[in-house]
Design a protein around this ligand. Sequence first.
Ligand code: PMP
Length: 369
Amino acid sequence: MRKWEDNLRRVEPYIPGEQPQSQDVIKLNTNENPYPPSPKVEEAIRSMDLGTAMRKYPDPESGKLVRALAEYYGTDRDHIFVGMGSDDVLATAFMSFFNSDNPIVFPDITYSFYPVWAKLYGIPYKEIPLYGDGFLLRPIDYGYIDPDGDGITDESGEAVTNGGVVIANPNAPTGIMLSRKDIEKILIANPDVIVIVDEAYVDYADESALPLLPDYENLVIVRTFSKSRAMAGMRIGFAIASPRLIRVMNDVAQSVNSYTKSATSLEAAVASLQDEEYFRARIDDVLRTRARTVMELKKRSFNVLPSSTNFVFAAPTWTTGEDLYDGLRERDIYVRHFSKERINNYLRITIGTDEQMNDLFAAIDDIHA
Ligand code: PMP
């Protein structure tokens, strides 16, 4: 074996959903928005001086977008970090905040990128099983203050020493939402470490952890423009947290790459924030189709988990998840299947347009005929 083989980093990468290049497929596998972004976004890009935008490096501080986000969320600029999609923001947060010898914790069924970053950065981690067939996240599993005054313990009375906490809320791929009150319980039980709440899908849910920020300096909320803002191709995500944490994230990010956000993406993101009416209308469209999808799948004997996202997690009772995935794929409908214990009978189905969902229902009927 060649000597340098010893020095190669061996990692098991995250496997994203397929991106078939043909336009003729129905793509319900990566939770993209079926609608385009606001027309104002395209207008903003077209009205840019593209020659200059391409010639020059972009603003490394994403100043204009940071200002726009601060205004949108009613906070100050030093509370906002912008990254190249929320994957970049999350990776930066892992690198910035998880330097303890104690394991960070996250659910056993959640965004499968979390263990990949933990391994890449050498962060010890522990997966905490979601509870029961309903895949519920119980805050008590992340520690609680012992009423006898023995500090923070688990149910058996053992001291809890988390190195950090990561919660996707709503969770993926289950789609299930934890209340703000429950998020606060997790924060109360983890005062000495950073708690990341990944709110990639929160615009489709009832409430966010944002109101907790003033009270918890160790809370980091991560958001994306990829789902509700229909800009997955532009790669913009951001974090909202206390200025101390944002400073550290900026220092870490600037130690890897100064220019991660393209000039066009930054302009597009600012324009998206300026069309609230369009944004709300498209969310309502997805929510309406989601309600219909849940009903239609239940009619077809699926077990459907309650969704607070732009996808549903559903298991057919009459075939396996894998066979149904294959059957749909043969009919050019792409959904997501995870070959993982406990959830391998489920499919994660992105909410598309009504027309796309009708094609999905027809394909299911065809397979089950
Ligand atoms: N968090 C969760 C829970 C997700 O499902 C995704 C989408 N794969 C992301 C973060 C990352 O999305 P993006 O990098 O496009 O912002």
